[in-house]
Design a protein around this ligand. Sequence first.
Ligand SMILES: OC[C@H]1O[C@H](OC[C@H]2O[C@H](O[C@]3(CO)O[C@H](CO)[C@@H](O)[C@@H]3O)[C@H](O)[C@@H](O)[C@@H]2O)[C@H](O)[C@@H](O)[C@H]1O
Length: 437
Amino acid sequence: MEAPRLRLRLPFLLLVALVVSPPANGWPPVAAAARRMRIEPLPTAALRRLYDTSNYGKLQLNNGLALTPQMGWNSWNFFACNINEAVIRDTADALVSTGLADLGYNYVNIDDCWSNVKRGKGDQLLPDPKTFPSGIKALADYVHGKGLKLGIYSDAGIFTCQVRPGSLYHEKDDAAIFASWGVDYLKYDNCYNLGIKPKDRYPPMRDALNSTGRQIFYSLCEWGQDDPALWAGKVGNSWRTTDDIQDTWKSMTDIADKNNKWASYAGPGGWNDPDMLEVGNGGMTFAEYRAHFSIWSLMKASTHWAPLLIGCDVRNMTKETMEILSNKEVIQVNQDPLGVQGRRILGQGKNGCQEVWAGPLSGNRLAVALWNRCAESANITVKLPSVGLDGSSPYSVRDLWKHETLSENVVGTFGAQVDVHDCKMYIFTPAVTVASS
Ligand SMILES: OC[C@H]1O[C@H](OC[C@H]2O[C@H](O[C@]3(CO)O[C@H](CO)[C@@H](O)[C@@H]3O)[C@H](O)[C@@H](O)[C@@H]2O)[C@H](O)[C@@H](O)[C@H]1O
């Protein structure tokens, strides 16, 4: 009688063993998702030449997360250190009540300044008792109760940038406490790093997070210092490619250009992070914010959600801010399952400031953005083969900001008048099936 009983128990015992001690390179339920982390070959040679994805594929972390770029909110751009548990709870409420959560903005990420300036007994990280008196576990429970996820922040150095305890040399303990609190996301910063190379400081936290057995999105924030696109795909789900964004046209455009350089390294499982959105914070015009959102979406920004991570006070948004952040058609470009980062294809006019950005989407579609970075209004025209489309086939063209299909029969060229610093965004769909070549 012993043998059949053992046979029955064996699968159960195996399951327990896996749960207690997950394999170093991932977590069992994740295997199926990890297998899907592969960019499908693009359907035509023209697309493959323009939208190189050859650097992506060998680099994945395979923790089953980030099949599309992360979306959510982060406290830093608007609140900096002026955060407390009420702000986080109210923001979670606002994400739900505005409908942004339903559109996919599901991470509520607490940035720097949540922790006490000193560790507690046994060197344990503690929340600041004045601003987070109920503790992070209670906050995670609250956020989870709303159907959202909670993110937290630490630093791959001995202090955070605002001089709270860092996690360097405390990786295992800190990852374990984050997991025990129910944290779903870690942004890991780069201050007070003792001059140790990021390639040596970031993997230990990956391993520590993996060994908790909880799926935790791992967002590297080493400011692009050591060209993380070249190595961070094996380490994290996203990596900052630049210094901090400022709420200005100059900063936003500089960052778009720097992030663009690394397009071929992004894909399902690991994304370039051009930093969080400034939409709604007041430093740019409506047209500039619309361009910011369009280009971040096209670049598959995983800013920590460039990902698309909202960085304004969602409790007090204007109608215009909401109109931008809630554009479902633009969000769908960011979240498209093909997962190929769009990029700058050409610049025309004086100084090349009439720009065309584009990126392949699933279903043989192409997202195209006409971005006027010049100081006056411009008519931006694009020859379809220059963005990888067939010059003699008809395309249906959908305007993602007007929410209307402009034509079912665009052939050869397409153009539009674009206001100063504004951006128009379209999806081109073949009116007839494209043959692979
Ligand atoms: O503390 C939370 C933030 O930590 C990081 O930002 C650190 C500082 O970044 C800027 O400073 C500089 C210069 O502008 O930018 C580099 C990092 O991007 C850093 O070497 C420089 O000091 C900001 O000006 C400053 O206010 C920040 O504290 C992180 O990148 C942010 O997203 C926050 O998490």
